[in-house]
Design a protein around this ligand. Structure first.
Ligand code: KG4
Ligand code: ZN
Length: 348
């Protein structure tokens, strides 16, 4: 068993997690002892998005507070790995986490291994946090992991929209990604058009429940292109023009129709990849995976295709440090070692 202390500060959440990992690459099992997340949403909301230097300042305030809290949980327990997100994300924000990790590693856990983690790998591996066992609320496992592969992974967040083929837990190929806006970004921007607060995803979903998804025929950019690329800025612009030309538009109908168009594109491309590569499962992750509408749409499609569907338990969709601990465990098993340097543009 490896005990992992993980830190995440890539965007506007300051997060710490304490996880016990075991089972190796064949049966990775995670016991979450503590999962702390402090969101800065209220601070960034007046600006309609995340302000990097404000984020940095807040992380610097929150990191020691959360650490004191998790230190009580650690007590005299030995820490084997200190893990920290090194990218991608906002560089000033990332540096606060990396600096803090180095500091506590030196001062409190000098014998542990210090591991830098790719934030998107954290999201990707968060599907391992999808199944709770009966014994303990915080214990997750997947038996016969091998049966899941080949798998198609869809990682959808505020900064990324990526579709990946996974041949095993550690072997993967990126099939495509967005050429412009990420899907979460499009949700946030359309929400702003509708005068809904940041972050827009949950707000759009809330309004969409009251609206008609077929009221407006928004375009499905690149949906029928024979590739795995996405484009969401055109969809956003269509919503902008619609709002400009229909001053008395029903907000709920706009939200529902926009959400439907975005889901349609994601479902279409995922289906194409599943069929092309004979995938046994679809793995959905990233902040936008918190969308019940998206989860339901993809889960239904997987049922039709007779393959398995996995998405993390709801608290592990948006940014958290437990997914960073999970990725650190896999990285450790793979003997992957990243430089402990913030890299805002780190690729997956
Ligand atoms: O993964 P995440 O927390 O941060 C990044 O790494 O970007 O993702 C945040 C994104 C935001 O764009 C937010 O609007 C979106 O996830 N999101 C949603 C929902 N909940 C969060 N998008 C659609 N529907 C939701 N329910
Ligand atoms: Zn994220």
């Amino acid at each position: 068993m490896m005990r992992i202390l993980a830190i995440e500060t890539s965007c506007d959440e300051t997060a710490f997690s304490l996880v016990e990992a075991s089972g190796g690459l064949l049966r990775p099992t995670f016991s979450v002892l503590e999962n702390l997340v402090t969101s800065q949403i209220a601070i960034h909301r007046p600006f309609g998005g995340v302000v990097p230097n404000l984020a940095k300042r807040e992380h610097l305030v929150n990191l020691p507070i959360l650490f004191e809290q998790i230190k009580e949980k650690i007590g005299k327990k030995k820490i084997d790995i200190v893990a920290v997100t090194v990218g991608p994300g906002l560089e000033p924000a990332l540096w606060t986490g990396v600096g803090f990790a180095k500091e506590i590693h030196k001062k409190y856990f000098p014998k542990s291994k210090l591991i830098g983690v790719n934030h998107m790998e954290g999201h990707l591996y968060s599907f391992l946090l999808s199944q709770k066992t009966e014994k303990s609320n915080f214990k997750f496992q997947i038996s016969k992991l091998k049966e899941l592969f080949p798998a198609i992974a869809l990682v959808v967040s505020g900064g990324h929209t990526i579709i990946i083929r996974m041949d095993s837990l550690t072997k993967r190929k990126k099939l495509g990604e967005t050429r412009d806006d990420a899907v979460g970004e499009a949700f946030d921007k359309v929400a702003r058009l509708l005068n809904l607060p940041y972050p827009g995803g949950p707000e759009i979903e809330r309004c969409a429940k009251e609206g008609n998804p077929h009221a407006i025929e928004f375009p499905r950019p690149m949906m029928h292109d024979k590739n795995y690329e996405f484009s969401f800025s055109g969809l956003k612009t269509s919503a902008l023009y619609y709002m400009r030309d229909h001053k008395t538009a029903n907000i709920n109908d706009v939200a529902a129709s926009f959400q439907e168009a975005a889901i349609d594109v994601l479902r279409h491309k995922a289906t194409r990849a599943i069929k092309e590569f004979n995938a046994h499962s679809l793995l959905l992750s990233g902040g936008v995976a918190a969308s019940k509408a998206l989860r339901t749409a993809l889960e239904e499609r997987c049922k039709e295709l007779n393959i398995r569907f996995f998405a993390p338990s709801i608290q592990y969709n948006t940014d958290n440090a437990t997914m960073i601990a999970v990725a650190a465990y896999i990285n450790f098993l793979e003997k992957k070692n990243r430089a402990l340097r913030a890299n805002g543009n780190m690729a997956l």
